[in-house]
Design a protein around this ligand. Structure first.
Ligand SMILES: [Zn+2]
Length: 314
């Protein structure tokens, strides 16, 4: 058994969305309910602190961060929602949810760096991987995983930091933040073509530090495993990270309404174990995973549970 940490906060349920919006609080409720099962009785649990502005500002322009965090209070004018784009809206609870979501990832890094856990899963929302330095989009406002990665480097001396993103969508935000810095590595498997339209295989970063392995609509576990074995894992191993992050989106599940991949829970568990194997050899198994997408509540809950069970070494 690994010492695995679950980091979350009830405030992440308080980021409300308009009726019918897929990135709803029920997603996180479903994940947390699944993690109450007896399999998870030995999970360590930590309530997420708020991310500091210092941590956020390593990734986002401070003017943007202040704008996105304060906009609802300043401009909401009593409205329930304030749209940033047609997919992405703020509610009264969004500020606190964003701070706790990013803070979960930095706290997980602190716990692991200080030897109090081996790896961690941050059950948080809003998700982060579409958020760029100065842009909220695709249900994302602050790039939680990128904030954690920058924190690992700045505070804990991790020289080389990798993010592997198996969400069905390309993490344009994370790639844009990392692609010019050879000390960061970003690898994504995603359906192609699909929102947001970035992540072509030819996008390799300034120093070959970006890997985009695309999957055709209808691709399933065999194609995911082939993409991992031929592209993601060898490049990650060669990069030799000091700390590994996972953007854990489960919207590639066959039951998910947002895309057309045919993955099952066992594929997410397999990918998790494959990443743990590289992390075990390269960085003492230090992994922080954070929830990104996943919109079929039952498939999301089962997939997140399979992912966490794998992180626990079960
Ligand atoms: Zn997604």
């Amino acid at each position: 058994m690994m010492d695995t940490l679950l980091v979350t906060h009830a405030a992440c349920l308080g980021h409300e969305v308009p009726l019918g919006h897929p990135e709803e609080p029920g997603r996180l409720r479903a994940v947390l309910r699944a993690l109450e099962a007896e399999d998870f009785q030995y999970l360590q649990r930590l309530e997420a602190p708020r991310a500091s502005m210092e941590a956020i500002a390593r990734v986002h322009q401070p003017v943007y961060a202040e704008w996105i965090l304060e906009r609802m209070a300043r401009e909401g004018g009593g409205r329930r929602f304030l749209a940033i784009d047609p997919d992405t809206a703020l509610s009264a609870g969004s500020r606190e949810a964003m701070l706790r979501a990013a803070g979960a990832v930095t706290a997980a890094v602190d716990e692991i760096a200080q030897g109090r856990a081996q790896n961690a899963f941050c059950a948080v929302r809003p998700p982060g991987h579409h958020a760029e330095r100065m842009t909220a989009m695709g249900f994302c406002f602050l790039n939680n995983v990128a904030i954690g990665a920058a924190h690992a480097r700045a505070v804990h001396g991790a020289g080389r930091v990798a993010v592997v993103d198996f969400d069905v969508h390309h993490g344009n935000g994370t790639q844009s933040l990392f692609e010019d810095d050879p000390a960061f590595f970003y690898a994504s498997t995603h359906q192609w073509p699909l929102y947001p339209g970035t992540g072509r295989p030819g996008e390799r970063g300034a120093a070959g530090n970006v890997v985009n392995a695309v999957l055709a609509p209808g691709a399933g576990g065999a194609e995911l495993r082939a993409a991992f074995e031929s592209e993601v894992l060898p490049a990650l191993d060669e990069f030799a990270p000091d700390f590994l992050f996972i953007s854990a989106g489960f919207d590639g599940h066959a039951a998910d309404p947002m895309a057309q991949l045919e993955l099952g829970e066992e594929d997410f568990a397999w990918a998790t174990r494959a990443l743990m194997e590289v992390a075990g050899r390269r960085c003492g198994g230090r992994i922080v995973s954070a929830l990104e997408g996943g919109y079929d509540l039952s498939a999301l809950a089962r997939s997140a549970a399979a992912h966490v069970r794998a992180l626990m070494g079960a």
